[in-house]
Design a protein around this ligand. Structure first.
Ligand code: WTA
Length: 634
């Protein structure tokens, strides 16, 4: 059993142990898992070259730690409860033993199609149980999965398929999302036509609409599963063999395929899941994140299932058929721990209290948030009206790169403070540095957040580009992992995350690179150049503000251009990346060396009309006045 801390004293004691003797600490946690062969030594690392190796030489298969390890006691316990988009459709429950059978059958399907250890399998599916089955089947046979969020466009999907060199794509005819139906297969077809690597597709029937199937390439999931064998021996993996690639946005336009490996990720996600949420036997845990993002990977699938938990997955959206949907699900399935994003809380809060009428929420014990800073008003609303003043909130700070939660209260143990992620978890050594890389010691300090020592769940590289991995995370502050976030450590030593300090913005909990959006906008034939910044948005956390230079207009004028820019971003990235505001400008504030002064654009996007600091170095300082004037009309 993975150890669970239950008191504040226990936390302080374990934390001290974990930082004074990290290898001893983690090898002790790792002992509670099943390894085919134990490690020769615990850790090798060198942050300067971005190299980390946990549980060196150990052999295992992660799925044996979900199934074989739990089956005896938990065979009949629900592993996954699936709540469909439409509440009138019956929900599905898969026990550990049923899920195991499905995973083994699908493992055999993949093997039958020639997928071997190390091959990349891409997954572009809505939130259905087969998505979990697909992930675990890949892990069972040693294939590296790469899930692409089903909101991404064909272009984005195609780029990721190509970058990962995916051989096979698992997708569906369509998907349901609130009142909408998404043409998943059509998008997948366009993406597969764009890349050269995918030779096989498996298509799940979900919406039942008629779709074209390409002979020799496309196979129906149900046809393949019909004849598949029920048992499949797990492939033996090295602790450092890749488990998955997950793409995320960075400062440059090209998304990064972060690679997570097997042993360390397993130990870290299971340990943090159990301790942060204080999951207890028989609890029902509901994480509302999509499996297309890291939260879904680590805290809907791997962390909970490795812990023998019952994990609830939801296909739909919080506001359909009405804004009481989350609360209905919590009451219907007697949910004990609920984990969601601040943007969802803010949007439900804005819709008023009527949607909470007649909802009991009495089973809730723990509430969690993730993905972006939570403002105090939203924290209190969540605490008072959802948690009824009795459920601790765990504000969990972490990243795709970190694999698991890094700074967070442990529910009911760490005293909380609204909008503070509070204290580091075991083994995590946060450091605050100033612009010059000087470490700021003591309390009441603010600066950039770095981590000074490896932890088992961290990403190991960027797929196909280790140099970029080193440059992005390990060169700004040599010897430290740089998170890209600003942070404050208050007078009590509590951490509050202040948001990104790089060119990444966080829109409704979705991480987007400003360069990525600019690239999409610049594809438009009438656009000369553009600059994108984030601005404070009451619901989304950050909104997208695009300054666009167009010197020629076609029919439709400015409005026509705005609409077609929206289309271009939808096509290049996905509808969730559409700018909230587009301002057509005659030029951008550039220095003589041609660098865009983003701080001015940021201020204008926040509604400022003066106090831009020194603008004398601008090539054309007048441009600032023009932009300020134009901003009023946006
Ligand atoms: C932000 C999501 C404040 C942060 C798990 C980070 C947060 C980025 C929090 C990673 C939080 C995540 N409080 N900010 N509790 N959690 N963030 O990779 O800026 O999608 O760097 O991982 O989200 O986003 P990602």
């Amino acid at each position: 059993m993975v150890p669970k801390i239950s008191t504040l004293g226990g936390y302080i004691f374990e934390y001290q142990k974990s930082v004074t003797n990290p290898t001893g600490f983690w090898s002790n946690i790792a002992e509670s898992f099943y390894w085919r062969k134990k490690w020769d030594h615990v850790l090798d690392w060198d942050f300067r070259s971005g190299y980390t190796n946990w549980f060196h030489g150990a052999k295992l298969n992660l799925t044996e730690n979900i199934f074989e390890r739990h089956l005896f006691f938990r065979g009949n316990q629900p592993a996954i409860i699936w709540e469909p988009n439409d509440p009138s459709e019956t929900h599905r429950t898969l026990t550990y033993s049923e899920l195991f059978t499905e995973v083994q059958r699908f493992s055999n399907v993949l093997k039958g199609l020639g997928i071997k250890k190390g091959d990349r399998v891409a997954i572009y599916l809505p939130m259905v149980p087969e998505l979990v089955i697909a992930l675990l089947a890949c892990a069972r046979i040693g294939a590296v999965h790469s899930v692409i969020f089903a909101g991404f466009s064909a272009q984005s999907l195609g780029e990721r398929l190509q970058d990962a060199g995916a051989k096979l794509l698992i997708t569906s005819d369509g998907g349901f999302r609130g009142s909408k139906t998404i043409p998943i297969k059509q998008i997948a077809d366009d993406a597969m036509n764009m890349c050269k690597c995918v030779s096989t597709a498996i298509v799940l029937k979900r919406t039942g609409e008629s779709i074209p199937m390409v002979d020799g390439r496309d196979h129906w999931y149900h046809d393949l599963m019909k004849d598949a064998g029920d048992t499949c021996e797990a492939e033996e993996m090295d602790s450092e063999d890749p488990l998955f690639i997950l793409y995320t946005s960075g400062s440059t336009g090209k998304p990064k395929g972060l690679v997570h490996t097997t042993g360390g990720y397993m130990v870290y996600t299971a340990y943090t899941f159990k301790n942060v949420f204080q999951y207890g036997d028989g609890d029902v845990y509901f994480c509302s994140a999509d499996i297309g993002w890291i939260t879904g990977h680590s805290y809907l699938v791997y962390g909970p299932l490795l812990s023998g938990a019952t994990s609830l997955m939801f296909e739909g959206v919080p506001t359909w058929p009405d804004a009481g949907r989350f609360w209905d699900i919590i009451d219907k399935h007697k949910v004990n721990q609920f984990y969601t994003a601040p943007t969802a809380i803010r949007s439900l809060m804005a819709l008023g209290m009527d949607w909470l009428q007649n909802k009991s929420l009495a089973t809730l014990k723990v509430l969690g948030t993730v993905g972006e800073p939570i403002n105090e008003a939203a924290w209190h609303w969540y605490h008072d009206h959802i948690g009824k003043n009795r459920c601790p909130i765990v504000d969990t700070w972490w990243q795709t790169e970190t694999g698991g939660i890094m700074i967070s209260p442990m529910a009911g143990i760490t005293p909380t403070k609204p909008s503070y992620a509070t204290m580091p978890l075991m083994g995590i050594q946060p450091m605050i540095v100033d612009q010059n890389g000087k470490q700021l010691m003591g309390n009441s300090v603010e600066g950039n957040l770095c981590i000074g020592y490896p932890w088992p769940g961290m990403a190991r590289t960027i797929w196909g580009d280790h140099e970029r991995f080193v440059n992005t995370y390990f060169t700004t502050y040599p010897g430290l992992y740089f998170t890209g976030d600003g942070v404050k450590r208050d007078e009590d030593g509590y951490y509050r995350i202040l948001g990104r300090v790089d060119d990444v913005i966080n829109v409704s909990g979705h991480r987007l690179g400003t360069a990525e959006i600019e690239n999409a906008i610049n594809e438009h034939p009438l656009v000369d150049e553009s600059a994108v910044v984030g601005f404070s948005h009451p619901i989304k956390g950050q909104g997208i503000y695009a300054y666009v230079v167009c010197t020629h207009f076609s029919t439709g004028g400015e409005e026509g251009i705005r609409n077609s820019i929206m289309m271009a971003v939808s096509t290049m990235i996905g509808p969730f990346a559409k700018p909230d505001k587009i301002q057509i400008v005659t030029g951008l504030p550039k220095t003589r060396s041609g660098k865009i002064m983003r701080r001015i654009l940021l201020k204008i996007a926040e509604g400022k009309t003066s106090e831009f600091g020194d603008i004398t170095t601008l090539l054309d300082p007048e441009i600032v006045n023009d932009i300020v004037k134009g901003a009023k009309e946006v």
